[in-house]
Write a protein that binds this ligand. Structure first.
Ligand SMILES: NC(=O)C1=CN([C@@H]2O[C@H](COP(=O)(O)OP(=O)(O)OC[C@H]3O[C@@H](n4cnc5c(N)ncnc54)[C@H](OP(=O)(O)O)[C@@H]3O)[C@@H](O)[C@H]2O)C=CC1
Ligand SMILES: O=CC(=O)O
Length: 294
């Protein structure tokens, strides 16, 4: 976006999308930021901060040069594009569509092909980093697809993130994001089992956290989620249902390649069990609750 006067759009104002759209708005780099959310009422806060609102994805895309999306899952990403008054109804020659949702390669490819067939340009740009990095503009952005559009998005990516990577043709970023989140889900599953075993065997969980934090396994995720697990309070930063979706999609990728993934498969079972306990909308640290079942 060498031209600072571009109009940009944003579809999906959930935990991540609202923070990302706000950073685009606050940057002052764009002529306008137009937002849409399936539950339209959620647009009001950003509108009160200066965003425009449109009633359909098509209306956003038709009024913007580049539209970003941050939607729940493959069904949501596909609905926003192929549904009534979806993105495809607003796309025309040269317009950019950047889907930053975590989805599988098939979903991303289907969207990319439809957008380009309509004359538009497509980049997939899933991110790593949770609610706080989204608020702080410190996400890690994995990009793939149209290289020219990716370059044009650099100012926006710098507002939303701390680093972006161009990984190749459409599908590469979707795969990378699933690999990253497969590792994250497996780590969280193992961590929660450790916390559970520590407590059951008469050890202090605080001591375990400190010991882990001083050694080679020290990491921000354990440090951040440890206290939440100890208090068994899980306000959602990364909803558990999305982590389980990512494990499911990563396992499907492994299946398609005959890549054995026994650790991730076991972690997925823990997340499924936590979801069955009604923890899907809690933070993904609530997978700890699955370790508490008799
Ligand atoms: N939270 C996190 O830490 C991170 C999340 N991600 C990924 O980012 C994406 C968004 O996550 P997050 O913001 O946490 O999720 P939320 O659950 O907070 O928000 C989901 C968004 O998707 C919309 N949506 C859901 N279903 C549909 C549908 N069928 N049609 C149209 N819109 C729909 C919701 O609209 P409505 O308000 O109407 O329900 C909402 O805007 C996910 O793919 C997630 O895996 C990636 C990195 C970090
Ligand atoms: O996808 C989730 C994240 O924290 O990254």
């Amino acid at each position: 976006m060498a031209d600072a006067k571009l109009n940009v759009g944003f579809l999906g104002l959930g935990i991540m999308g609202e923070a990302m759209a706000r950073n685009l708005l606050k940057s002052g780099l764009f002529a306008s930021v137009t937002v849409w959310n399936r539950t339209l009422a959620k647009c009001q806060t950003l509108v009160s901060e200066g965003a425009k609102m449109a009633e359909t994805p098509a209306a956003v895309v038709s009024s913007c040069d580049i539209t970003f999306a941050m939607l729940a899952d493959p069904d949501a990403a596909l609905a926003a594009v192929f549904g009534d008054n979806g993105v495809l109804k607003g796309i025309s020659a040269g317009k950019g569509y950047v889907d930053m949702s975590t989805v599988d390669e098939a979903t991303s490819t289907k969207i990319g092909e439809a957008v380009t067939a309509a004359g538009g340009r497509f980049v997939e740009g899933p991110v790593s980093g949770s609610k706080k990095p989204a608020i702080d503009g410190q996400l890690i952005i994995m990009g793939a697809g149209d290289k020219e559009l990716y370059e044009q998005c650099q100012p926006a990516f710098r507002v939303m993130g701390k680093k972006s990577f161009y990984l190749g043709a459409t599908g590469a970023a979707a795969r990378m994001k699933l690999v990253v989140n497969m590792v994250m889900g497996s780590m969280m599953g193992a961590f929660c089992e450790g916390m559970a075993l520590a407590e059951k065997s008469g050890l202090e969980q605080t001591a375990l956290l400190e010991i882990l934090g001083l050694g080679a396994m020290a990491n921000p995720m354990f440090a951040l989620k440890g206290p939440a697990i100890m208090s068994r309070s899980y306000p959602p930063a990364f909803p558990l249902k999305h982590q389980q979706k990512d494990l499911r999609l990563a396992l499907a990728l492994g299946d398609s390649l005959n890549q054995p993934l026994p650790v991730a498969a076991a972690a997925n079972e823990s997340f499924k069990a936590a979801k069955a306990l009604g923890r899907g909308d809690d933070d993904f640290a609530a997978v700890y609750e699955a370790t508490q079942q008799k």
